[in-house]
Design a protein around this ligand. Structure first.
Ligand code: FAD
Length: 425
């Protein structure tokens, strides 16, 4: 009698860009039976702009961190998934959040993914257990938001694609509770008119801090951009004043690292987010310590239970193409086209390599070797060259031209050996 091949049941948590990419690669594969759970009623995750800042229509905390006038901070061309290059903006090279959302909708349509997604269903818990045959499996508790009905479903594979920009991180600042004005996090920032005539101190000058400072410049009277990094270039609008990091709040004043002080109506944390997996039972073995997730091999695979992966952990990367690589690597492992090294080697690989735990998953220039290592180990194509070249051209242009880099024209040479971002006159 022919042996019946049991398809592995795969659970994907979240239908943002990562979850859609997981569905795109697993859905057509007959070795797997796929189900994607999305707590909201939409695909696109953080690219689904919400005017509300507290709770959404399902009564859930608002997930998206988009603000009304956001344009991407990467050239659209390098945000494309390599197998669906339809985000074609050339000039300006950066696009609105609406365009990215439509791109993701078209991607889901093109690969026929909607039928695998169960909307309005939140994953409440994921617990490891052992089947009657002695195999590890995952007991997943789902909750239908409308009816509150809960159910437990057993899966063989879990892909965590719940996003990493929804749980605000706010460092402790002595005296902050006595700050006389309003305190907000960039997660709740929506539009500059809300800050008309106000002075704002923005803490943090990474992507969001700088972007929001520029967004506010025509409305707020003064913006202190507080950070300890290298100074930005001199082309900032005159009402954006770079100051050092914040030391403490005392007597209504914000004291900076050099002991000087400023006052502001609003204190805005642009200090990033915490990795958050509220549904994971302790027995899944995943720990987050000061934003360092362990034990993960290649920032992706749960070392103790490798039928679980967390997609999109690396930061300061180009996310969509990286998801494409991570997911194909995970698929290759499950199909045994690739194999994991020994646990000892994986643990060595997962060790902290940065001075601060908070930066453990920051890849920046290392992202290209990382993506290549996934492709080589998984036996699939590396990313086309223009991603790295485009990112490097973008980094240089952003540094030199913070005010205008988003307007630049994205030019790939005919032989695809070089990329330039050219700012129009
Ligand atoms: P998300 O988009 O956050 O999607 C996660 C999904 O999981 C959501 O739909 C959520 O509802 C769902 N979910 C969460 N928990 C559960 C649960 N328990 N049960 C069921 N569903 C759940 N990237 C770029 O490439 N270019 C940019 O210019 C850019 N700009 C950005 C600007 C801002 C302000 C932010 C916050 C991010 C930006 N990013 C940018 C990064 C962006 O996060 C990634 O591009 C990408 O969208 C992340 O996709 P994701 O699927 O990992 O997460």
């Amino acid at each position: 009698m022919a042996e019946v091949v049991r398809r592995k049941k795969v659970c994907v948590i979240g239908a943002g860009a990562a979850g859609l990419c997981a569905a795109r690669h697993f859905a057509p594969n007959l070795n797997f039976e796929l189900k994607v759970f999305e707590q909201t009623n939409d695909i696109g995750g953080t690219w689904v702009y919400k005017e509300a800042t507290e709770v959404d229509e399902n009564g859930l905390p608002v997930h998206s961190s988009m603000y009304r006038d956001l344009r991407t901070n990467l050239p659209a061309k390098i945000m494309n998934f390599p197998d669906y290059q339809r985000l074609n903006a050339v000039e300006p090279c950066c696009v609105s959040h609406q365009e990215v959302r439509s791109y993701l909708q078209n991607y889901a349509d093109h690969f026929n993914l909607f039928k695998y997604i169960q909307f309005g269903t939140r994953i409440e818990s994921v617990r490891l257990q052992v089947s009657a045959e002695g195999e590890e499996e995952w007991a997943v508790r789902t909750k239908i938001m409308k009816t509150k009905e809960e159910k437990e479903i057993i899966f063989n594979v879990i892909m965590i694609c719940n996003g990493h920009y929804f749980d605000p991180y706010m460092p402790k600042i002595p005296g902050i509770e006595k700050f006389p004005g309003m305190i907000v996090h960039s997660h709740s920032y929506r539009k500059p008119e809300d800050f008309s005539g106000k002075s704002v101190l923005i803490l943090g000058a990474a992507a969001s801090g700088v972007d929001i400072a520029l967004d506010l410049a025509n409305h707020a009277i003064r913006i202190y951009l507080s950070h300890n990094n290298e100074r930005l270039n001199g082309s900032l609008p005159s009402n954006i004043i770079e100051v050092l990091g914040v030391e403490k709040i005392e007597e209504g004043k914000i004291f900076l690292k050099d002991q000087s002080s400023v006052t502001a109506d609003i204190f805005m944390f642009c200090t990033g987010y915490r990795y958050s997996f509220p549904f994971l039972d302790e027995n899944c073995g995943i720990r987050v310590d000061d934003n360092f997730i362990t034990p993960l091999y290649k920032h992706l695979i749960n070392i103790d239970h490798p039928t679980m992966c967390i997609v999109g952990v690396p930061t300061v990367v180009v996310p969509f193409p990286m998801f494409h690589m991570q997911i194909q690597y995970f698929l290759a492992l499950l199909e045994k086209r690739a194999s994991l090294p020994t646990k000892l080697i994986m643990l060595e690989n997962s060790k902290l390599k940065t001075s601060k735990k908070r930066h453990a998953h920051k890849l920046m220039d290392k992202q290209w070797d990382y993506n290549n290592s996934l492709a080589d180990a998984g036996g699939f194509d590396r990313l086309p060259k223009f991603y790295k070249l485009g990112y490097e051209a973008w980094s240089a242009q952003r540094k030199a031209n913070l005010l205008n880099y988003k307007r630049a024209r994205f030019v790939i040479s005919e032989d695809e050996e070089s990329v330039e971002l050219v700012i129009p006159k």
